[in-house]
Design a protein around this ligand. Structure first.
Ligand code: 6R9
Length: 650
């Protein structure tokens, strides 16, 4: 683990003192009032079995559980012996409850095309897809990789996997060929579900072409199901490729959801850690279902008539838990939008809110900051009066952006919930509840039910109010990850060994006297670029794979819009010239456009200790244009620092 300083750009958080009370109408009809929160939270810690039994009991189980929790550190089993099905709970259960004709998914494409699926229609589509997957030979426990644009078929494919007990692994459509191939191979997926192309800013994203190339280095792959999204005439490989619409047309629209063990894996989702190899975070059926169900309902104060929009792509965990599973489990109407927030202009989101009468909006600070830069007049042109609740996720939100979101988008009447959680936690862990708690801009807030956070030193000492330290969780919770796919040792090491007997989140944080937790940022070698996790090692390995580079070190630099951006220090291979444009293109190709360095510094040496360890702390200071501070005496050659600081950035 490295010495990551508290991010200076959010230093102003430390001085933030504003408190915004929950609006009166929210308090009056709160799903969870202040008193109820206190009582429920207490109970969730004192009587977890009783608490979680009640929540899980609101969902349908084919076989009831025998015990709520088996905990053998670091392995948890929740709702032990129970059998259920997440897709059944999201679809059949809601149809039976009279929501058959209610809109489940309202999708809009970048060009304004709208598609709507009711709960009954979604159930039929998912049933067809489940039958089609079964016909392709997919069995319970098999991994299926999804590489799709944000179209309804993405949700249909996820739910179809869940229905038959196949384990989905969604790879973000912006990821590269090699990122896709690595993830297919790590998961040993036999089936890939993709589309001919996606649409972004008016042009096509050629997913099928990428998939074809990835398939060449992913030997486990046997079949490809291809959604015809753009109708752009892609080649189909006979014997391997099958059109989604043909497979579904040939399949029946009735399907009995499989009764799955509560601990049956539901999905893998790859995320960056502090080594070069992304980790396949594994979630299971029962606990994840209960966690996303409860948090969606309480944190978003969900009501029958809401139109709920989480802007995250299904390629990220937020898209899993809060664009698909959580809201559908609650029978909500979900808006899905495929395009960019600024296409054709920066009013696109607000136009969607107005057109679809969105009442709950959940988005990321990086988006909020970009909107803020365009000025108040852009959202001012739209009728945003349907909004009643706003959410933020993905990275720390600076108080200025929080206040802008609250004032300009929410018109001062919508509570803002700042939700802290991770791919690993599966569901929201820290937040305020909109009818119960005042907000403190910049601070995520209080623990959700069953979550017992603490701020600790590396040595495991618990810190008191306002002391900065490491954020840990002191007991297991239902939606926690169960392991890293194929690497349980890494699971142990990454999360349960850094500090003994607690879950180590990898974030630095503080807690104030009221119990509000402010998350400062990562303390490991993970960057958060526009709310997306990127490992510095992943980018470094991509850089050194380029023939012109012999060595590379990547650090984050505070960025007004992205939160953090990528700065790469590279040493040229002897006799070679580094072409920054070519290097950027190379990183995009290797990982994805997200990882493209914003700045490249071509150096003749890196600041290393005598034992050869790169001192990133100094590189971060140089990248940020700050004077070098700290003890440089352990460096083999401290003069490297002056030379680096004087080197132009490209
Ligand atoms: C849900 C998600 C997780 C990391 C996490 C932290 C940062 C997320 C945050 C936040 C401050 C918030 N993070 N939400 N930091 N305040 N409300 O984003 O999952 O992609 O795995 O990222 O994001 O650093 O450790 P994931």
């Amino acid at each position: 683990m490295s010495e990551h300083p508290v991010n200076d750009h959010i230093d102003n958080l430390l001085h933030e003192r504003r408190v915004i009370a929950p609006p009166g109408d929210f308090v009056a009809r709160a799903r969870v009032s202040r008193g109820e929160y206190d009582q429920m939270y207490r109970r969730s810690l004192d009587d977890p079995d009783g608490f979680w039994s009640e929540v899980a009991g609101e969902l349908a189980w084919m076989t009831p559980w025998e015990r709520v929790l088996d905990w053998e550190e670091p392995h948890a089993r929740w709702f032990v012996g129970g059998q259920t099905n997440v897709a059944y709970n999201a679809l059949d259960r809601n149809v039976q409850a009279g929501r058959g004709d209610k809109r489940a998914i309202v999708w809009e494409g970048e060009d304004g095309e709208v598609r709507t699926l009711t709960y009954a229609e979604l159930l039929r589509e998912v049933s067809r897809a489940a039958n089609a997957l079964t016909a392709l030979g997919v069995q319970k426990g098999d991994r299926v990789t999804l590489y799709l644009p944000l179209i309804p078929e993405a949700a249909v494919a996820m739910l179809a996997c869940a229905r038959i007990g196949a384990v989905h692994s969604v790879v973000f459509g912006g990821f590269s060929v090699s990122a896709l191939a690595d993830r297919i191979t790590n998961a040993q997926s036999k089936v890939l579900i993709t589309a001919d192309a996606g649409q972004r800013r008016g042009s096509l994203v050629n997913l099928k072409a990428n998939a074809d190339e990835a398939a060449r280095s992913a030997p486990s792959l046997e079949k490809m199901l291809v959604v015809c999204r753009a109708d752009c005439g892609v080649p189909m490989q006979p014997g391997r490729d099958v059109w989604w619409h043909e497979a579904l047309a040939a399949a029946g629209d009735e399907h009995e959801a499989a009764a799955l063990d509560s601990e049956h894996p539901l999905f893998l989702l790859y995320t960056s850690g502090s080594t070069g190899q992304p980790k396949g975070v594994q979630h299971t059926t029962g606990g994840y279902m209960v966690g996303t169900y409860l948090t969606t309902r309480t944190v978003f104060d969900l009501r029958e008539e809401d139109v709920y929009w989480c802007t995250a792509d299904v390629g990220w965990v937020t898209g899993h838990s809060y664009s698909v599973y959580g809201p559908l489990l609650n029978g909500a109407t979900v808006l899905m939008y495929e395009g960019a927030p600024n296409h054709p202009d920066w009013g696109r989101f607000w136009q969607l809110v107005e057109k679809h009468r969105v009442s709950i909006l959940y988005t990321a600070p990086t988006a909020i900051r970009s909107f803020m830069r365009q000025g108040d007049a852009v959202p001012g042109r739209y009728d945003l009066s349907s909004l009643r609740l706003l959410g933020s996720v993905g990275e720390p939100i600076n108080p200025e952006a929080w206040m802008w979101y609250w004032r300009v988008i929410g018109g001062g009447r919508c509570p803002v919930v700042d939700t802290w959680w991770q791919t690993e936690t599966g569901a929201i862990m820290l937040t305020t509840l909109p009818g119960a708690h005042p907000s403190k801009p910049g601070s995520a807030g209080l623990p959700m039910f069953g979550v017992e956070p603490a701020i600790m030193t590396h040595a495991g000492e618990e810190l008191g109010p306002d002391d900065g330290g490491l954020l840990v969780i002191k007991r297991p919770w239902p939606s926690m990850l169960r392991t890293i796919y194929g690497d349980d040792e890494r699971y142990r090491k990454s999360y349960w060994s850094e500090i003994p007997h607690v879950y180590f989140a990898g974030d630095g944080a503080r807690r104030d006297a009221d119990g509000y937790v402010t998350v400062i940022g990562r303390v490991d070698d993970v960057l958060n670029v526009s709310g997306h996790r990127l490992g510095t090692m992943e980018i470094e390995s991509a850089l050194v794979a380029h023939p012109s580079v012999s060595e590379a070190a990547v650090v984050g630099r505070p960025d007004e819009v992205k939160g953090e951006c990528v700065v790469a220090f590279v040493l040229p291979q002897s006799g070679q010239q580094v072409d920054p444009a070519a290097l950027r293109a190379h990183v995009s190709r290797e990982i994805g456009a997200l990882a493209r360095p914003d700045a490249i510094i071509v150096a003749d040496a890196l600041p290393k200790t005598r034992s050869g360890k790169i001192m990133r702390r100094f590189l971060r200071q140089i990248a940020a244009g700050q004077p070098v501070q700290g003890d440089t005496s352990t460096l083999e050659d401290p003069s490297v620092l002056d030379r680096l600081a004087a080197t132009p950035t490209t």
